[in-house]
Design a protein around this ligand. Structure first.
Ligand code: CDP
Length: 196
């Protein structure tokens, strides 16, 4: 049976970096599920039709990482039919051998409730805003306001809100350099593999 790692958390918490590092370390496939919502928002038109007709080209656009694409993603992600259209692709991906790492908002709660390891990665608002501002070359104060708006929308929506699964392990990266955070996550995978 493939080994599935579910990683959730708010914007710029470090979940994507940890997910990529775990996939490389264990030879697993990696899916950044945020890109599905970013591509849906960026496609324009009716978001439900956009989600149902996503193509690999839509996912490869080079403007998906922008702050605007993040805001658009969070708006379309609140629509239940958009989320429903993306479930099967994510679940199929999670079953790929020898294992898969998926990061997003609802992986441990909705997409892969049976994942062998669930992490909920957080960091303080200020740390997250500073990281994302450095990544995008944006103003930290403006970034902080944007992230808070997006987190509030993601946490308060009815459809698959951002929240830790009951059995998720919390990993706060506020005071952890990225290599330390990855090392902690690697140890968690090693012990989860022993016990499954
Ligand atoms: O990288 P960052 O954490 O800023 O954002 P992302 O993971 O690319 O996600 C962009 C937006 O997509 C989020 O703000 C959520 O609204 C939505 N999303 C979601 O609803 N469910 C997921 N599994 C992944 C992303």
């Amino acid at each position: 049976m493939p080994f599935t790692i579910a990683i959730d958390g708010p914007a710029a918490s470090g979940k994507g970096t940890i997910a990529r590092a775990l996939a490389a370390r264990f030879g697993f496939h990696h899916l950044d599920t945020g890109l599905l919502y970013r591509a849906t928002g960026a496609k324009g038109g009716d978001p439900i039709a956009a989600a149902r007709s996503l193509t690999p080209e839509d996912m490869a656009r080079d403007d998906l990482r922008s702050a605007e694409a993040g805001q658009a993603a969070s708006k379309v992600a609140a629509i239940p039919e958009v989320r429903a259209a993306l479930v099967a692709f994510q679940r199929d991906f999670a079953r790929r051998e020898p294992g898969a790492v998926l990061d997003g908002r609802d992986i441990g709660t909705v997409i892969c409730p049976d994942a062998q390891l669930k992490l909920f990665v957080t960091a303080s608002d200020q740390v997250r805003a500073a990281r994302r501002a450095a990544e995008l070359g944006a103003d930290p104060a403006e970034m902080l306001a944007q992230l808070r708006e997006r987190d509030a929308r993601d946490s308060q929506r009815e459809a698959a809100p951002l929240k830790p699964a009951a059995d998720a392990i919390l990993l706060d990266t506020s005071d952890l350099a990225i290599d330390k955070a990855v090392a902690v996550a690697v140890d968690l995978v090693l012990s989860a593999r022993k016990s499954t």
